[in-house]
Design a protein around this ligand. Structure first.
Ligand code: ZN
Length: 356
């Protein structure tokens, strides 16, 4: 960057996905005039990206890209490109002349949850346990008020997972409330709880749930000030570390505080377990029915789960999955500052298929 006169008319543009390990010399005042944070696209951005990628693809009239954009919160540009590609492949596989909405829905599930592995052989008992496990997640997600709506529950193995319960937020989220996090924690406990209560035998299937829950509880205490230790930040957030200097960071708190943090994390996780347990025990009949129908049909969408719950318990779930077209809501443009404060990563509509 040396050697240019102030009036040379040279514009230098650079991009990085590791701003945290840039040489501070590069960031001195006057080196770069503008810093543009490119975050995941919001709903308008996703629609625009979809338009670009579908330009050369013959599309049926029923495809509404604004609906696809609304149903894909958290998708980055590459995910959307992948989604369009998968939809086109799905259409081509059955010799369709045009890509329609069915293909887009199929592609969304594939990108969100990984490809189905229908060839994988599971024993009947394993299937039964998985149906209860996923049913448990789905039941709590339906009864907890502050969770994201259910998108799909399946016991068809996808990727590394034996079954999946997928929730999708109704709109783009940049911050998360304590109520939301606590409710999601309870949902994570749902799998193990269903095994425990309905089958009376626990399996290793919940390991990933516990890992995520513990991680989230830790962030509640250490980053978000959402615990009884008060509005404090403990230690540096680890962020996305895969190289660079972040490894050697020392915790900036005493051993005594470390013990308190452990206790607090433990308290939060156990509380969410108890909270989930109440729902599972109270609505066990609905859970039994969900598991039964899951075993028959293997995949259920959110509406179908809600219908079962209504039939068995009379409870009407108010949250609806983001599939129906609705008038676009004005989304407040998030500033770089609010985005940097973003709560959970990955969000629930995470693109990493995780075994649940
Ligand atoms: Zn699970």
């Amino acid at each position: 960057m040396d050697g240019f006169e102030g009036n040379d008319g040279v514009i230098l543009v650079a991009a990085t996905n590791r701003p945290d390990v840039l040489d501070p010399a590069l960031l001195r005042p006057g080196r770069f005039d503008r810093r543009v944070v490119v975050d995941r696209p919001d709903v308008k951005g996703r629609e625009g990206i979809l338009k670009v990628h579908t330009r050369t693809i013959p599309m049926s009239d029923d495809v509404d890209l604004s609906v696809v954009a609304r149903g894909t919160p958290g998708f980055a540009g590459a995910d959307l490109a992948n989604l369009v590609n998968e939809a086109a492949l799905a259409a081509a596989r059955v010799d369709k002349k045009k890509v329609d909405m069915v293909d887009f829905n199929y592609a969304k599930d594939k990108v969100l949850m990984g490809a189905e592995r229908k060839s994988m052989v599971m024993s009947d008992e394993e299937k039964r346990v998985t149906a209860y496990h996923e049913g448990g997640h789905a039941l709590i997600a339906s009864f907890e008020e502050h969770t994201d709506p259910l998108h799909k529950v399946t016991i068809i193995p996808r990727g590394r997972a034996l079954g999946l319960t997928q929730q999708l937020p109704l709109e783009d989220k940049y911050t998360y409330s304590k109520e939301y996090i606590e409710a999601e924690l309870a949902v994570m406990m749902g799998g193990r709880l269903a095994e425990e209560v309905c089958i009376g035998r626990i399996t290793t299937g919940a390991s990933n749930d516990f890992e995520k829950a513990t991680e989230m509880a830790k962030r509640m205490v250490c980053e978000w000030g959402m615990s009884e230790l008060g509005p404090m930040s403990f230690g540096r957030p680890e962020g996305e570390v895969f190289l660079g200097r972040d490894f050697s960071r020392q915790p900036d708190y005493s051993e005594d505080t470390a013990r308190k943090i452990d206790d607090e994390v433990n308290r939060i996780v156990v509380a969410s377990y108890q909270r989930g347990k109440k729902i599972i025990i109270e609505h066990r009949a609905a859970l039994e029915e969900i598991a039964k129908v899951l075993l028959e049909k293997e995949s259920l969408d959110g509406e179908e789960i809600y219908a079962i719950i209504k039939r068995i318990t009379g409870h009407e779930v108010a949250k609806r999955p983001p599939v129906k077209p609705e008038p676009p809501k004005p989304t407040a443009p998030a500033t770089a500052a609010t985005r940097a404060d973003e709560g959970l990563a990955p969000a629930t509509g995470s693109l990493v298929p995780v075994p649940v």
